[in-house]
Design a binder for this molecule. Sequence first.
Ligand SMILES: C[C@H](CCC[C@@H](C)[C@H]1CC[C@H]2[C@@H]3[C@H](O)C[C@@H]4C[C@H](O)CC[C@]4(C)[C@H]3C[C@H](O)[C@]12C)C(=O)SCCNC(=O)CCNC(=O)[C@H](O)C(C)(C)COP(=O)(O)OP(=O)(O)OC[C@H]1O[C@@H](n2cnc3c(N)ncnc32)[C@H](O)[C@@H]1OP(=O)(O)O
Length: 438
Amino acid sequence: MRSDEFRGEELICSTFSNTSKTSIPINHHEYDVIRKCFNEKYCYHILLFSLSEDPTMALAGVRVIELAGLAPVPFCGMILADFGAKVIRVDRTKVAMAMDTQARGKRSVALNLKSPEGVAVLKKLCVQSDVILEPFRKGVMEKMGLGPEELLKENPRLIYARLTGYGQSGAYAKAAGHDINYLAMSGLLSMLGRSNEKPYAPLNLVADFAGGGLTCAFGVVLALLERTKSGRGQVIDSSMVEGAAYVGSFMWKSRKIGLWNNSRGENLLDSGAPFYDTYRTSDGRYVAVGAIEPQFYTQLVHGLGLDAASLPSQMSFDDWPKLRQVFTNQFASKTQEEWARVFDGTDACVTPVLSMDEVISHPHNQERASFHRDAQGEVTPNPAPVLSQTPGSPCLARDPIIGEHTRPVLEEFGFKPAEVDQLLSAGVIECNAAKARL
Ligand SMILES: C[C@H](CCC[C@@H](C)[C@H]1CC[C@H]2[C@@H]3[C@H](O)C[C@@H]4C[C@H](O)CC[C@]4(C)[C@H]3C[C@H](O)[C@]12C)C(=O)SCCNC(=O)CCNC(=O)[C@H](O)C(C)(C)COP(=O)(O)OP(=O)(O)OC[C@H]1O[C@@H](n2cnc3c(N)ncnc32)[C@H](O)[C@@H]1OP(=O)(O)O
């Protein structure tokens, strides 16, 4: 008979044959079941219960309720799913198509939270879960009776992540907005753009994803780790203004070394320096040049076939426009492929600007399997970073349709089939079967 010691957040298992201890992370629901079983000394059987998750995934056993949102929260949910969490996305009912293009690995429950029965269903899901991710502006969850007060009272171990543009306080807290607004409020947008041009937002990368979904996922993991010590959940106030600014800390911290003394687009790293920019090649494609250090810059000049003695000094700011013109003319003389043959294998810091589809076939990315094709055959990035013991693994199945898993999820969380039928007939939930692919 296995001897098992149950300690708070994890199950330490040892067997007679060996004393190696395996600790298995468990979620709130398992915690309660296990504690009850230990009290009644049924310790062995519960191990099977907690081994139901794939222990090779870092977030195995973590249950996440993701309320359907636009882009940042779906990205956060996808990250957690990629690393083993069980993510249930709660969609609105009467919605034709999911807005979530980052839905891999998630299951969808369609639930009308405008009904008290719907609120009760969500509460029951949250009591048995570890994390809730909410994408709404300040006050919406409280209005539905689903604020942190209510949910943490019923499940003190719940991690309540609130991902918003402006945070849960402050004059803008209830204002609508999108990535570009948050980036503007972070101060970083003022630094983005070429010389004599207006500021531009680099896609919706910085606030929505870097400072939003990714930073929020980091907060969730921090809270999960902290809970293994305190046994308590907490509220994560994830503001995209603050997340973006935090991601950009280097920009603030490097002002004192004069990195940003010039106007926008005229500094070392903001397209001002000719050795840190992109250049068009003879076939209309581009290369990226990042030869900052003198030893790398020397290799750039050599690869371009230029005579260093005939050029102005690398750091002669006033000569940068002239140097840029020289580089522009040189790079325009060969194709992207030809320049790759010149610079691959050197430290000149010159790389091809690859398209979203080319990335998967570039030899370096292929060797590392950095990208894969999903169920729709589309190129998509693999989870990062790569952990040696518990790497992330993207679900390759198609994305869920809205309400596809309502019934199995509710029954998994303890609803009887008759209760699910009743909720369905009352319009509180939707159970949509996946349409057969012809
Ligand atoms: C730059 C990005 C924006 C990217 C957008 C793209 C992802 C999408 C742009 C175009 C889309 C595609 C296009 O539309 C074509 C297709 C259409 C198809 O239908 C879907 C597929 C498409 C291909 C579609 C796909 C994509 O959606 C697009 C490509 C960003 O910056 S995103 C970041 C936005 N900001 C935040 O997230 C910060 C926090 N959130 C907010 O500030 C607000 O939520 C926001 C975003 C301003 C929206 O405000 P809104 O007034 O609309 O909502 P809230 O005030 O938050 O209140 C939510 C209300 O909803 C109720 N509710 C929620 N869940 C339920 C439920 N289950 N049942 C019932 N009711 C529910 C909740 O009670 C609130 O109701 P009230 O308003 O009455 O309180």
